[in-house]
Design a protein around this ligand. Sequence first.
Ligand SMILES: [Zn+2]
Length: 171
Amino acid sequence: MNLPICNFDAKNSLLCPQCEKKVEEGQLTKADVDASIKLAQIAKTNSEVDKFTLHSCKEFDGNFVLSFSKEDIMAIRQSRTLYRLIQDQFQGKIWLVEAEENDRKFIEDMFFPTKILSINNVWAPGGIQKTKAIVSGKWTPRFPINTETVVQIVKDARNLDIEIEFENKRR
Ligand SMILES: [Zn+2]
């Protein structure tokens, strides 16, 4: 398992001086530390999670954006049990994103499994550049993803202003 903090620290819920220093210097956040410890607890009884690589965890208002390696994301998406196991450890909603991805992929991950039809840069009045994402289908009250939360997370995590539109605007 690869985590933002040492495996030993994560398994024992403590921080060695090096990791402590990284937290103090802002290289690591409390969310990175907490998520590492949570995953290490799951890994104790789950050999699949024990092979995961967590790059980071960012918390935005009770939303946890977990950045994993591509193979790990695929494994979690294929297993409801695995997803539940991880989600249950967190107090808020978890969002799975691939590590080192671009803005476009990040937005696609936020909406998974709903498809994003297009992501384009548009110019808003006043010369402000915005990114418009068109989501397939139409919005219904049952749509499982809170689009306002997505807008906020994309702004905080990627410093990107996005506008979300549904393919079929008529309700
Ligand atoms: Zn350490």
